[in-house]
Design a protein around this ligand. Structure first.
Ligand code: HEM
Length: 204
């Protein structure tokens, strides 16, 4: 019974990493990328999201609850990880380790990011707009922090797709796993570019 519970929660953890958390990550970076067209375009995108009915319910169901579940179980998995030396190549074992390290860095980054944006807005201390992000990123230390946070979240997501495909029995043999490595490396490069270009658009 305990084992089937553990199996189900690991499956749910894996699934949530991709749907909805991974999909939300892509959506979020694409929305931020609107800033490359200027402050007005970004403010319009934010306004559109803010105008959605029941936004707070949507945010909790699609983002906060799945992320909290994935993060809490993720911390547990990260600290009890058994590294599979022998089962996978040296490179894959490194990726396995980085999956856990980037999970922790991403958690710290998201907690800080949500605190200084969404929560400050909810407390009535800030407006959610282009200027808010420009003010945050006027501090060079924050540019470094955001660069590490974005790269960490995107690596975790891209490499997570590789392990998702293995966990769900989609890539079984070495050939399909090698192909998945190229595919997920491509995803890492493209999504990192979108995320970092979006960030750069706020640096004045
Ligand atoms: C942007 C937010 C996040 C996204 C998009 C995301 C996505 C993913 C994906 C797609 C997987 C692969 C699932 C699988 O192996 O089948 C995964 C695995 C994992 N995630 Fe996340 N995740 C995020 C945040 C976090 C956080 C905050 C933690 C907390 C430490 C975390 C810890 C883990 C761990 C430890 C694994 C490996 C699970 C395993 O190998 O069994 N993740 N994540």
């Amino acid at each position: 019974m305990a084992n089937s519970h553990q199996f189900l929660s690991r499956r749910l953890h894996s699934l949530l990493g991709l749907f909805p958390i991974g999909i939300y990550l892509i959506f979020h970076l694409l929305a931020n990328h609107q800033a490359t067209k200027g402050p007005e375009a970004f403010n319009q995108a934010v306004g559109l999201i803010e105008s959605l009915p029941f936004l707070i319910v949507i945010e909790f169901v699609i983002i906060y609850i799945p992320l909290l579940f994935h993060a809490i179980l993720g911390i547990y998995i990260a600290f009890q990880a058994k590294h599979n030396v022998g089962s996978f190549s040296y490179g894959r074992n490194q990726m396995f380790m980085w999956q856990r390290i980037t999970g922790i860095i991403t958690l710290i980054f998201i907690a800080w990011h949500v605190w200084e944006t969404r929560i400050q807005f909810a407390l009535g201390n800030k407006e959610l707009n282009y200027q808010m992000m420009a003010d945050i990123l006027s501090n060079p230390a924050m540019v470094v922090f955001y660069t590490i946070g974005i790269l960490s979240a995107v690596f975790h997501f891209s490499n997570g797709i590789w392990s998702f495909l293995v966990h769900w029995g989609i890539t079984v043999g070495p050939r399909s796993q090698r192909l998945a490595t190229y595919l997920t490396m491509g995803i890492f490069v493209v999504v990192s570019f979108i995320g970092l270009r979006a960030m750069a658009a706020f640096i004045q």
